[in-house]
Design a protein around this ligand. Structure first.
Ligand code: SAM
Length: 214
């Protein structure tokens, strides 16, 4: 399916205009239509430059924020990626469109239930999905080349760093409940290299290595 005029405008104005340079990332955003990942009542605002409600108190993140996180992953075809906080499946679909084998964990079953059909509509291989506390990772399926956390943690969860392959990269918003910074952590020969960048605001990761439920 070719990208609509509105989707192309989103990519050009928000992502290219916002400094995203990776052709692979920009191409994935053109292939994976954000409109498929928002509820019908939000579809007319699907290309809005901000987060949108996906129901049950959760959100699909701002396109530029997602693009910055995916670009920071440095994802390559054939790599194995885990997303913690899969929500609507949008980030997982972008990673699958870039040729990754994708695994997702989501706490709310009702949200995860709609993900496989969305992948079918786009024509990309379905993800492996698990319902539960993703702050503990997915030990049985580890190691992962890339891990992305799409909800806020008090600190980068040690269990996720543990489950990275050598050379693997974790991208995670960490800090306070209401304001975080984006961490990029690369594992190399038993040590980690950490870079901290953009301030950001995510819904909390609720779980053992996350925040307590309100
Ligand atoms: N990446 C998603 C997308 O593209 O639609 C949006 C993610 S939304 C900002 C954060 C998600 O994290 C919510 O769907 C929420 O239910 C989920 N979540 C919160 N705590 C979690 C946990 N411990 N394990 C797994 N998912 C969790």
């Amino acid at each position: 399916m070719s990208a609509t005029v509105d989707l192309k405008r989103m990519v050009r104005e928000q992502l290219l205009g916002g400094g995203i340079r990776s052709r692979k990332v920009l191409g994935a955003f053109l292939r994976v239509d954000r409109a498929l990942f928002v509820p019908p009542e939000a579809r007319r605002r699907a290309y809005h430059d901000g987060p949108l409600s996906i129901g049950l108190g959760q959100t699909i993140s701002q396109p530029l924020m997602v693009a910055e996180m995916v670009e920071a992953l440095g994802l390559r075809r054939g790599q194995k990626l885990l997303e913690v906080g899969a929500g609507s499946g949008y980030v997982l679909a972008l990673a699958a469109a870039m040729g990754a084998t994708v695994y997702g964990i989501e706490r709310i079953e009702e949200l995860a239930a709609s993900i496989p059909a969305r992948f079918d509509l786009i024509g990309i291989p379905r993800p492996s999905l698990r319902i539960g506390d993703g702050s503990l990772g997915w030990p049985d399926a580890s190691p992962f080349d890339r891990i992305i956390v799409s909800a806020a943690c008090p600190e980068p969860p040690p269990a996720l760093i543990e489950q990275l392959s050598d050379g693997g990269v974790l991208v995670v918003p960490a800090g306070g409940r209401h304001l975080q910074r984006l961490y990029r952590i690369q594992k190399r020969g038993g040590t980690t290299i950490t870079a901290v960048s953009t301030p950001c605001v995510f819904v909390p990761l609720i779980g053992k290595n996350g925040f307590a439920e309100d």
